[in-house]
Design a protein around this ligand. Structure first.
Ligand code: ATP
Length: 325
């Protein structure tokens, strides 16, 4: 465990009966970091978030919040932790003010500091004008702001947000994303989502979970490099041999695509477009199409999760007890 680790997850497992929803998860969240926790539906994101948040016991493994074991000393650990679960824990019959007073109390904020804590959380979440409204009467976007306000009211070092923009309309999504960015300025954040641009716009690091296992853990910088490693799609009337194409300067790979076109892979620093055009003219290949294909995070995500599913489905190598179907 590193010195500045706010969340340390060690060999975490969670079974639901025979189903292994979380399998040997290990990772850290450091001070100041915004971690995107990505995964398809059913991957185990909510299960992991609930265990880290202290709402669900793991089958094995442990979670430390700022060095404190969440199971051994939950009160101490939770003082450093804010949690917005997938279903926000809102009391719809309370006003925003009443609810936040309740949250300030259960988070053991000293009475003399409650007012300031509530005002500050309301201001940061854009709730100052709606303090007297019943939560039930707020739009879903505003209800989500209240959910975020309760997660930050006690100024925790780290905030867990489980799918915070699900079910919101596009305008509300933009507003909540801006709010998450603001929260990230003052707290470390773990943001679970399946919305990829959210990760790209907010996070420093991305971690992909699939079928309960971590399949990728990279900085956004590393991810960007990966996204820059692009391919070209070319169409030629008079197809040369694969080896001729492979010998063009900068070409790293050549793949025939079903529709007769050719996908050319290359490294981030060596775009072979010019060389391909020159060779095509010199050798009469009849180049009539050259289209850059940019890898999106979505493709990376689909590639990783589907190849992982393939590996598990085919080989049975990891086919332990209770493996997800
Ligand atoms: P989603 O985005 O759909 O919420 P997720 O990545 O958060 O997905 P989890 O909710 O953690 O995934 O679920 C992981 C697996 O565990 C799924 O196969 C799910 O069906 C199963 N699961 C979750 N909760 C329970 C439960 N209480 N009892 C039995 N199985 C469960």
């Amino acid at each position: 465990m590193s010195m500045d680790s706010l969340i340390t997850v060690e060999n975490l497992y969670r079974y639901y009966g025979e189903l292994c929803a979380v399998h040997d998860l290990c990772f850290e969240v450091r001070r100041g970091e915004v971690l995107g926790f990505l995964g398809p539906n059913g991957a185990g994101k909510s299960t992991t978030m609930r265990i880290i948040g202290g709402n669900l016991a793991p089958s094995a493994g442990r979670v430390l919040i700022n060095g404190v074991d969440i199971l051994d000393q939950p009160v101490l650990a939770k003082a450093e932790l804010g949690f917005l679960p997938e279903t926000p824990p809102l009391y719809r019959d309370l006003t925003v003010n009443e609810y936040l007073v309740y949250c300030a109390r259960i988070n053991r904020i000293p009475r003399s500091q409650q007012r300031a804590a509530i005002d500050s959380a309301k201001e940061r979440c854009g709730l100052t004008e709606v303090g007297r409204r019943l939560i039930a009467n707020l739009s879903k976007g505003y209800q989500q702001r209240v959910g975020i306000a309760q997660a930050i009211i006690h100024s925790p070092s780290v905030v867990l947000l489980d799918e915070p923009t699900v079910g919101l309309d596009p305008i509300q999504i933009r507003e909540i994303r801006a709010l998450i960015r603001d929260v990230a300025n003052e707290h470390s954040v773990v943001l679970s989502t399946h919305i990829l641009p959210e990760v790209q716009s907010v996070c420093d690091r991305v971690q992909i979970i699939n079928r309960g296992r971590l399949v990728l853990n990279e900085s956004i910088e590393q991810m960007r490099e990966k996204l820059q490693a692009t391919t070209l799609l070319i169409a030629l009337r008079s197809m040369p041999s694969i080896s001729e194409l492979e010998s063009v300067a900068g070409v790293a790979s050549v793949e025939l695509v079903e529709d007769g076109r050719v996908r050319i892979g290359y490294g981030a620093e060596s775009d072979p477009s010019d060389a391909i055009v020159e060779q095509a003219v010199a050798n009469g290949w009849g180049l009539h199409e050259l289209t850059p294909e940019r890898m999106t995070l979505e493709q990376v995500f689909v590639d990783i999760t589907s190849s992982d599913a393939h590996a598990h489905g085919e080989s049975g190598k990891h086919g332990g007890k209770g493996e997800a179907a």
